[in-house]
Design a protein around this ligand. Structure first.
Ligand SMILES: [Zn+2]
Length: 455
């Protein structure tokens, strides 16, 4: 029987052809006219799992885009590991900026170009290939395995908070390995250990029954835009520290070693400023830019509107003004509690003479942190070290991947990030591509990881 390495080497041409088939489905989850394509992609994934000898494969309905499940549970006394990925993709516009049609994959310079190549079909598919290689060459797997592939990640997994708790037994596992993510660069591995959460409020301010003439009425009552500006100004000091009462109460302090891990990650102030086109960085005193971006909470006005916006001048006192404010949250802040604190703050600081309404916005997410000594992390580090010859950077992300929090609260399982995209692969943009080198490296990495987890 050949080794799994030999099996992978021999089968790369077939795997690339199959990846092309997968990439031809325009499985754009945000566009209703592509719902059938998302379903077709799900059926393709299910078929490919069956062909790899995965059992109990099912396409499950969720009330939205489907989920694909499959398992192989014949390793008594070994952990149950669940592999996560998504087969939906982002829209393709502006379509005229694509060199090649987005759903007609081509290989050029050892890269495969198509929407979804890097995010996330290439990464998802390589996990199936690794499992196929192990089953074909060793006849069994080192751990019990489940697959959870969803078709709604790119729209924020809206059905998952209900779907997963409703299928607790089916998806029960000891840990999740996410194939959605990437590495620092071709030579440097990374391990994502934390994500920020999210909560938001909308503020609506009203005064007069209608807009009134600023000459006839100006100076006689509080302009709602001025009132709103005062509320917003009360929420942060001039340097960016957040003044909402109790906001920082449950923020977990960073240990010296966590700060050292973050400080080790290369950062150029000049490149950062050039990348986004800002004259200088700013933020909460006492923290580096990476710390402000990854491990400190924020409060930002995302939008503000009211009054006259047209050309020229309209001398009016508007009757209303509005703002949307969101916070990025860190462990152990609770999105619901922080939203309540924002509401209380706005009510307390609302000037008299205006009617203020403030309410939490629906979308919210828990911050996420996986313990550094988690068994899955340790296994991932061992494999990355063996493959790259160096320790990974331990990074956090400033944004939210809701599914990590949902899996933790629904199943009690942490998610280890183990994927092989690189930053320059144009994900969510025209000419998305995935390196075939990463495609192959990922297959080997997953074979090694499953052995490490079973060992
Ligand atoms: Zn994406």
């Amino acid at each position: 029987m050949p080794s799994w390495e030999a099996f992978l080497n021999e089968n790369q041409p077939r795997f690339i052809d199959e990846l092309k088939q997968f990439l031809r489905f325009p499985s754009i989850s945000s566009l209703p006219e592509h719902a059938e394509d998302v379903k077709q992609a799900a059926e393709w994934v299910a078929g490919r799992l069956r062909a790899a000898d995965i059992e109990n494969v099912q396409v499950l309905s969720t009330g939205g885009h489907p989920v694909v499940y499959g398992d192989w549970l014949h390793a008594p006394d070994k952990p149950v590991v669940m592999i996560y990925g998504h087969f939906d993709v982002q829209p393709v516009d502006p379509i005229d900026l694509w060199t090649n049609p987005p759903f007609d994959p081509i290989v050029k310079d050892n890269c495969i170009y198509a929407r979804g190549a890097s995010d996330n079909k290439g990464n998802l598919f390589l996990t199936i290939l690794a499992v196929e290689a192990l089953l074909q060459t060793e006849g069994s797997l080192p751990v019990n395995l489940k697959f959870f592939f969803e078709g709604q990640e790119e729209i924020g997994s809206p059905q998952m908070p209900e779907f997963l708790p409703g299928h607790k037994d089916l998806f029960a596992c000891d840990m999740v390995i996410s194939a959605d993510g990437g590495q620092w660069d071709q030579d440097q591995p990374q391990l994502t250990v934390g994500l920020r959460g999210l909560c938001a409020v909308q503020i609506d301010v009203r005064t007069a029954r209608r807009d009134v003439h600023s000459g006839s009425y100006g100076g006689t009552f509080l302009n709602p835009i001025h009132g709103l500006a005062r509320i917003i100004d009360s929420m942060r000091d001039s340097e960016g520290k957040i003044l909402v009462e109790g906001f920082y109460d449950s923020v977990r302090a960073l240990s010296e070693s966590e700060r050292a891990q973050i400080a080790e990650i290369p950062y150029s102030e000049q490149e950062f400023k050039e990348e986004i086109g800002i004259p200088e960085t700013a933020g909460e005193p006492g923290f580096t830019t990476h710390e402000r971006m990854w491990v400190r909470p924020t409060l930002d006005v995302n939008g503000i509107w009211g009054g006259f916006q047209g050309e020229g001048l309209k001398t009016v006192i508007p009757s209303e003004a509005h703002a949307k404010i969101s916070c990025r949250l860190v462990p152990d802040q609770d999105p619901g509690k922080i939203a309540d604190r924002l509401v209380a703050h706005v009510k307390r600081y609302a000037p008299t003479g205006i009617a203020v309404e403030v309410k939490p916005v629906e979308s919210k997410a828990d911050p996420y942190l996986i313990p550094l000594d988690h068994a899955g992390n340790k296994a991932a580090v061992a494999v990355l070290k063996a493959l790259y010859g160096k320790d990974p950077y331990y990074i956090r992300k400033g944004f939210t991947i809701p599914v990590c929090g949902i899996l933790l609260s629904a199943l009690g399982a942490h998610t280890v990030n183990f994927a092989f995209s690189l930053k320059d692969e144009n994900i969510h943009a025209p000419d998305e591509f995935f390196r075939l080198r990463s495609f192959e490296l990922g297959q080997r990495a997953y074979c090694m990881l499953l052995h490490e987890l079973g060992g």
